[in-house]
Ligand binder design. Structure first.
Ligand SMILES: NC(=O)c1ccc[n+]([C@@H]2O[C@H](COP(=O)([O-])OP(=O)(O)OC[C@H]3O[C@@H](n4cnc5c(N)ncnc54)[C@H](OP(=O)(O)O)[C@@H]3O)[C@@H](O)[C@H]2O)c1
Length: 243
């Protein structure tokens, strides 16, 4: 049984899978979740073939009971939680005047509500890990959109801004218990989510492995160093005003 364990939502591709591969290499036992079971199984096949300890739990994180079941399955399998990555997210662009209520609710549910509920569900075991070794970690995948207020991505950006704020509030509540909290705020990353804009940008996007290396850095910092957020930008991307 692995000495450390991590749970990642939205782990069947893109950023979540890259973080999973990094954590597997660091020796973590993993619970990985996403909605589509086949895609999830395909995604983790390589990790299992390499001998890593990986549990998959298909779940829609917008459904509270399904999300809770992921944490129950994780505790049953590993009995501990050292790193929680609240990563599942969806984006839907539209002018504000054409806001579709269903897409509004979906983005709020997946990008914001599920990460808050996931934090609540993870905290009991994270507290135990923090007390044990002073270095439990919550990573919330936000976005550069949460720093800049991008036009046509207003709801997505608002959910991500809220998560940056929520991450800092969480950090202030639990930092003294050995739990570190970081919001990741990347610009466009080369995943399915950014496929719609890849050609238009015309320069290489940030790689999912870059984000995973950011998380590896968080594993390496001392218990006395908190990193509230990490912003990742492309060479041709403005820090403020891009998204
Ligand atoms: N790519 C970018 O440019 C970029 C930039 C900044 C931030 N981000 C953020 O990074 C995170 C990961 O995105 P990505 O780029 O890696 O996207 P991706 O490749 O599309 O992966 C998204 C993951 O989330 C899962 N997912 C989506 N809706 C879900 C739901 N309701 N319940 C459970 N799982 C769900 C997907 O699997 P299923 O569809 O099977 O559920 C998949 O595993 C998101 O929070 C995103 O907002 C992305």
């Amino acid at each position: 049984m692995a000495e450390r364990a991590a749970l990642i939502t939205g782990a069947s591709g893109g950023i979540g899978l890259a973080i999973a591969a990094m954590l597997a290499g660091e020796g973590y036992g993993l619970t990985l979740s996403a909605r589509r079971p086949e895609k999830l199984e395909d995604a983790v096949a390589g990790l299992r073939e390499a001998g890593h300890e990986v549990q998959t739990v298909a779940a829609n994180v917008a459904e509270e009971e399904q999300l809770k079941a992921v944490f129950v399955a994780h505790e049953e399998r590993f009995g501990r939680l050292d790193v929680l990555v609240n990563n599942a997210g969806v984006g839907a662009g539209a002018p504000i005047a054409e806001t579709d209520t269903k897409l509004l609710d979906l983005q709020l549910a997946v990008n914001l509500r599920s990460q808050i509920l996931g934090t609540r569900e993870g905290l009991p075991l994270l507290r135990k890990a923090g007390a044990e070794h002073g270095k439990a970690l919550i990573v919330n995948t936000a976005s550069l959109a949460g720093k800049s207020g991008p036009a046509w991505l207003s709801i997505y950006g608002a959910t991500k801004a809220a998560m940056i704020n929520f991450t800092e509030a969480t950090r202030r509540e639990v930092a003294k218990e050995g739990i570190q909290c970081t919001a990741l705020a990347p610009g466009f990353v080369d995943t399915d989510m950014a496929a719609f804009i890849r050609d238009e940008i015309g320069e290489p996007l940030i790689q999912p492995t870059d984000i995973a290396e950011g998380v590896r850095f968080l594993l390496r910092t001392s218990p006395s160093c908190n990193v509230p957020e990490i912003v990742f930008v492309r060479p041709g991307e403005d820090y403020v005003g891009a998204g």
